[in-house]
Ligand binder design. Structure first.
Ligand code: AMP
Ligand code: MG
Length: 307
């Protein structure tokens, strides 16, 4: 299966594949037409650049310029941290991948299938999440299948996706390292490794990542956040000991474990969305999630989904 996927990548086709974060929809990052087809398949605006996935720091160095902070943060690689760095002169990255920016978002994924696909194809792989633009991210084979049907070849994981949330994105191309998207690697963890203060993009007036403030991750059913009780016509998405209980309600983590909650988030939203559409329910009420650690990333996704 990996070899078939690699052959498709080399021929300029699209392959959906699991990573430790969410499923990606990948193409050869050096092939402009192949990468344009990612935008087309997703219905993704062309001003929203893609993350490039490589299998080694050596390969990353062919594409971007590392600075001291970037070298320190390779401690998190392979893993769910994307670094935005200046594009190296002559780097083989199609223009549409960076949406014309002078920087590239890059990471090494910590998933066996993703790594094997990159290795076997011998190409850097540009891959956004494998969902239609603006919709819930895909964390299972079934989610990808529902979005793309037979349009793309899908590599299936035998195990559950490890984290279930997109990578943390940090911009290292400016004087102060700036988090552009919350993820599994927390600001605290990054600060500790860098040994200095970092910024969070929402604090800043200038928007660096096109598309980062857009409504995103949206189910078809409306979300009501920080719900403490359930109203009629709602179904509940609980956390810890919350009691938004009715037929169909789910709990992200009965033990109040934020890592478990993150891993379940998109799948449960997919399931509750489907349940609501089938049962004529208008609103998914979501219990409060603590705004600490991975909770920052969960709340970020929920806020955008509810917009
Ligand atoms: P997705 O792959 O769907 O999770 O989206 C990729 C994210 O990476 C988007 O939020 C992009 O805006 C961001 N991104 C990709 N390339 C860059 C870049 N060069 N500078 C800033 N953000 C980027
Ligand atoms: Mg996405």
């Amino acid at each position: 299966m990996i070899n078939k996927g690699a052959a498709i990548i080399k021929q300029g086709g699209l392959v959906a594949f699991p990573t430790e974060t969410v499923y990606g929809l990948g193409a050869d990052a050096s092939n402009q037409q192949a990468c344009l087809n990612i935008f087309k398949a997703k219905g993704r605006p062309s001003n929203n650049p893609l993350i490039v996935h490589v299998d080694s720091i050596k390969k990353a160095r062919d594409l971007v310029l590392f600075n001291d902070d970037a070298i320190k943060l390779t401690e998190f690689w392979p893993g769910p941290l994307t670094m935005v760095l200046p594009k190296k002169a002559g780097a083989q990255i199609a223009d549409c991948v960076t949406a014309g920016l002078a920087t590239v978002a890059i990471r090494i994924p910590a998933d066996k299938i993703a790594m094997e696909l990159i290795k076997a194809s011998g190409r850097p792989i540009a891959a956004p999440s494998a969902n239609k633009s603006g919709r819930l991210s895909a964390t299972t084979y079934q989610h990808v299948k529902e979005s793309f049907g037979d349009e793309v070849f899908i590599l299936k994981s035998d195990t559950k996706i490890a984290y279930g949330l997109e990578s943390t994105i940090i911009d290292l191309s400016t004087s102060t390292p700036t988090i552009l998207r919350y993820g599994f690697i927390t600001p605290e963890a990054i600060k500790n490794v860098l040994g200095k203060e970092i910024a969070i993009a929402s604090d800043l007036s200038e928007i660096k990542a096109p598309g980062m403030l857009h409504k995103h991750y949206a189910p078809k059913t409306k979300l009501r956040l920080n719900a403490v009780n359930l109203k009629t016509g709602e179904v509940g998405l609980n956390f810890a000991s919350s009691e938004l209980n009715t037929n169909g309600s789910m709990n992200l983590s009965k033990n109040g474990d934020l890592v478990e909650a993150a891993a379940n988030l998109f799948d449960y939203l997919h399931q509750l969305d489907k349940f609501s559409l089938e049962h004529g329910i208008a609103i998914i009420a979501v219990a409060p999630i603590p705004d600490t650690g991975v909770g920052l990333a969960i709340n970020d996704r929920l806020r955008r989904a509810a917009e």
